[in-house]
Design a protein around this ligand. Structure first.
Ligand SMILES: [Zn+2]
Length: 129
């Protein structure tokens, strides 16, 4: 796997991310940051029947952070919360065709934000019942 440069696939996701958007009436939000490059990630999810019906993110991030989050959204959309929780950052990096090792710490933001959003959702739904 490529560990030196950004892959073509990664750059494509960085330039044309499909999931940079606001979700209407999101059920949960996950926010994480990384002080090293100043990346900030905010992910919103909409859940129906235990599945992620809609997902989107906003970020001030470097190419690795943007592309990984876009890939996380692509992987998570339509999945159940349980399935989405099982994704690892390795899955994301692999899907993107690799990335420079020094950027791995940025790529984890997407998956961390997704997990936080799921936690947020579960916390809110516990308190309701
Ligand atoms: Zn970064």
């Amino acid at each position: 796997m490529n560990t030196q440069t950004y892959s073509k696939k990664l750059l494509k996701h960085f330039r044309n991310p499909k999931f940079v958007k606001k979700v209407r009436n999101p059920d949960a939000i996950g926010e994480v940051g990384n002080l090293k490059c100043g990346d900030v990630m905010r992910m919103q999810i909409k859940v129906a029947d235990g599945k992620i019906k809609d997902i989107g993110f906003q970020t001030f991030g470097c190419p690795a952070a943007v592309a990984s989050s876009d890939m996380v959204c692509e992987l998570a959309k339509g999945k159940t919360l349980e399935e989405a929780k099982k994704f690892t950052n390795d899955d994301v990096v692999k899907e993107l065709g690799g990335m420079p090792l020094v950027k791995i710490h940025c790529s984890v933001l997407g998956i961390q934000a997704l997990r936080k959003a799921i936690e947020d959702y579960e916390r809110k739904n516990r308190s309701k019942s």
